[in-house]
Design a protein around this ligand. Structure first.
Ligand SMILES: Cc1cc2nc3c(=O)[nH]c(=O)nc-3n(C[C@H](O)[C@H](O)[C@H](O)COP(=O)(O)O)c2cc1C
Length: 289
């Protein structure tokens, strides 16, 4: 190897290879989590000419080009075909290895100040599920009363949870104290811990789609009720109750859209350029793509 910035890094400093927890991304280049090959260090601007102010952490750099077409398609397929599942759960349990992969995907999520505020409570006990279902039913009756007329009738017709049918549920929590009183990035917007936890949920949801596991997010309950059932400390928040199970079919669009509750908004109406509420030129060329 020539005298590039990279070749002066002792191999021992490099990050260890991928574990078998999840398939390694094939777009990466050297079988070692994508650490750059010699010619790539130059192409990536890490060659000798870049050494005036060398990055002391450069041994951790990996190739970051686009995935190949099949990999990209798989990622977008997971995003586009992910569904919130309430009624299609198969009773078969989820393999522990699969559940561990889903949790690892969740745990790989971004978090403010890397605080990783999430915890995951696994629920398989039918008695616990029954009690949470009762908490749902009480809240759902209150929710139903908040709508009126035809909207209320439609609300009543919707299935909004699969708590008892799903073989396993995960209660995803957020501990605001996880990394001490002052958290990098959360100094001015304390709710960032909750947003971080939501990122973990979304990671899990997408990974589950790839594994053929359906996920349904249930939020219709009083948080205090479920905290009492699971013994969750006062300061810890519940972010999500997720019902998980194998699914053989999924709806091809959000169930709420199919059943006439609400339709997807046009994306173009949700994007503006350089300020709130204006228009965007972003989609003008779209018809030519
Ligand atoms: C924060 C959050 C809470 C939700 N709570 C519920 C719920 O209590 N019951 C339910 O049936 N769906 C719930 N959902 C699922 C949404 O209804 C669903 O994501 C939406 O209708 C779009 O459908 P899709 O996820 O299949 O694309 C929730 C989703 C999110 C993100």
């Amino acid at each position: 190897m020539t005298d590039t910035c990279v070749d002066r890094i002792d191999d021992a400093e490099r990050v260890p290879p991928a574990t078998d927890a999840a398939p390694a991304a094939s777009a990466q280049t050297d079988g070692d989590r994508g650490h750059l090959a010699e010619e790539e260090t130059v192409a990536a601007g890490l060659g000798p000419e870049a050494c005036a102010e060398p990055d002391p952490w450069r041994a951790h750099r990996v190739a970051a080009g686009p995935f190949d077409a099949a990999e990209r398609a798989a990622v977008y397929r997971a995003i586009e075909t992910r569904r919130d599942v309430r009624g299609q759960f198969e009773p078969a349990p989820i393999d522990d290895a699969v559940l561990r992969r889903l949790l690892a995907a969740a745990h790989a999520a971004p978090s403010v100040g890397f605080m990783q505020p999430w915890s995951f409570i696994r629920i398989t006990d039918p008695g616990v599920k029954d009690r949470v279902h009762a908490a749902f039913s009480a809240a759902n009756a209150e929710a139903e009363a908040m709508f009126s007329g035809a909207h209320q009738d439609r609300y009543r017709s919707l299935k909004l949870e699969g708590i008892r049918e799903a073989p396993v549920s995960l209660c995803v929590t957020c501990d605001p104290t996880r990394s001490g009183p002052v958290v990098l990035g959360r100094t001015h917007q304390s709710e960032m811990d909750l947003y971080s936890t939501v990122c973990a949920v979304q990671n899990l949801w997408l990974a589950a789609r790839a594994e053929g596991i359906g996920v349904g997010w249930v939020s219709i309950f009083r948080e205090a009720d479920v905290k009492a059932i699971l013994g969750i400390p006062d300061h810890v928040r519940i972010v999500a109750w997720l019902c998980l199970g194998h699914v053989k079919t999924l709806y091809d669009a959000p169930e709420l859209a199919i059943k006439g509750w609400r339709q997807r908004l046009p994306l173009e109406e949700l994007v503006s350029d350089n300020g709130w509420g204006g228009e965007t030129a972003l989609f003008v060329e779209q018809t030519r793509e």
